[in-house]
Ligand binder design. Structure first.
Ligand code: NAP
Length: 191
């Protein structure tokens, strides 16, 4: 069965966004988890999907221009991700959403659909977020690996990755790596 790999950027207090709804301590949203070679599908929760599509659409359409949300030009790695993402099927987990801005997007309506996606042939699946979806799918035993990039920051107020987690779960440490600027890359297997 294909692996479902969750990968997110958090503060030391496991916040994935600040009070304004963005993780403003993250300078770029490219794939920093080395996942692109091994995945051919992306899974996202309905909460994060609109912001995701809004962020990546201008980078895909006008990579040479400053980003309308940040005022900064996209990085080379962001342009690379937008190209990869444009050709890679995206699945949004939602009971309510009916239309999507990003190309190549379809909807999954519940946990059974996520299991069915994992059972289809293919490479691994990148679970991009957000917090509730990742917590929910880990609780359901559907996530095989967790990759975190932890920023050297106590964010305080904001959305915590595991705020809605219901079950205790042991993790199998696989790799710890120190990244530039004091960030840590942590990879755990989930049994
Ligand atoms: N720091 C990072 O690396 C990172 C990465 C990604 C996202 N984020 C942040 O995460 C935030 C979004 O997280 P979030 O927790 O608010 O929302 P979310 O996890 O993106 O989406 C939650 C929604 O997903 C759907 N869902 C979840 N589990 C489901 C299930 N079992 N069956 C059917 N639908 C299910 C539901 O949609 P319906 O209500 O439509 O049913 C639910 O309301 C974003 O604002 C973004 O800033 C951060």
């Amino acid at each position: 069965m294909r692996k479902l790999i969750a990968a997110m950027k958090t503060s030391v207090d496991a916040k994935v966004e600040g009070p304004e709804g963005v993780a403003d301590w993250v300078e770029a949203w490219s794939d920093d988890y080395d996942l692109t070679p091994q995945v051919d599908a992306c899974l996202l929760g309905a909460g994060m999907y609109p912001g995701y599509a809004q962020y990546w659409t201008p980078i895909r359409n006008e990579p040479d221009k400053p980003h309308p949300l940040t005022g900064q030009p996209p990085t080379a790695a962001e342009i690379e991700w937008s190209r990869f993402a444009a050709k890679t099927p995206h699945y949004v987990l939602s009971t309510t959403m009916k239309s999507a801005l990003w190309p190549n997007t379809s909807f999954l309506r519940g946990l059974d659909d996520v299991l069915a996606l994992k059972q289809r042939p293919g490479k691994d699946i990148y679970l991009i977020g957000g917090a509730r979806t990742t917590a929910n799918l880990i609780d359901a035993g559907l996530v095989d690996e967790l990759r975190l990039i932890v920023y050297p920051l106590i964010a305080g107020e904001g959305k915590a990755l595991f705020a809605t987690t219901e079950r205790r779960r042991g993790l199998e440490p696989r790799k710890v790596e120190e990244l530039p600027d004091g960030r840590l890359s942590l990879i755990y297997g989930i049994g």
